[in-house]
Design a protein around this ligand. Sequence first.
Ligand SMILES: [Mg+2]
Ligand SMILES: [Zn+2]
Length: 189
Amino acid sequence: MLLNGNFVKEKAIFLDRDGVLNKPNLISNKPFAPNVFEDFILYEDAKDVLQVFKKFFFKLIVVTNQKDVGKGIMSKSILEKMHTLLKKQMPIDEILVCTCIDECDCYKPNPGMLLEAKKKWNLDIDNCFIIGDSWRDIGAGINFGCKTIFIDRKYNMPMPYEPDFIVSSLSEAKNLIIKLNKESEYESS
Ligand SMILES: [Mg+2]
Ligand SMILES: [Zn+2]
């Protein structure tokens, strides 16, 4: 954003995909990425929530681990079809995907995708959030250095990290971010 001739750093919300924007496949109450297009079901509140975020000038960046694509369990064309739908339905600025099969910097909880986005969009880490339903998202946020919001969907899954905030839905995460955003604007004015 250009303000008084200066480039101002942007604020962003990093969104995990499965379990945040679309329903995961649950097996024994553990979440998995859907691997057929028919199972790619968006949450009803997601579009409205993202539209509200846009009104507050957040960049919206999806960061998702999709190892099954790298392994060949799911085809790249199905992934692309899912992401075309996602971008059509919601005001998303970018979707970053880790499909690496070997060790890499981008597989959450590694912060590689967030670091890439920071560079590309000139992000101010202090005004960034990550919203996720898994310890991997919270870990990525902590390793990156932004505020972390855990949507606790009561999975059978450990949480070895301490998220900054715990909510039960994406709408609740939205209310929280808007409140914090207003407080920070108040403090800086
Ligand atoms: Mg998830
Ligand atoms: Zn990777």
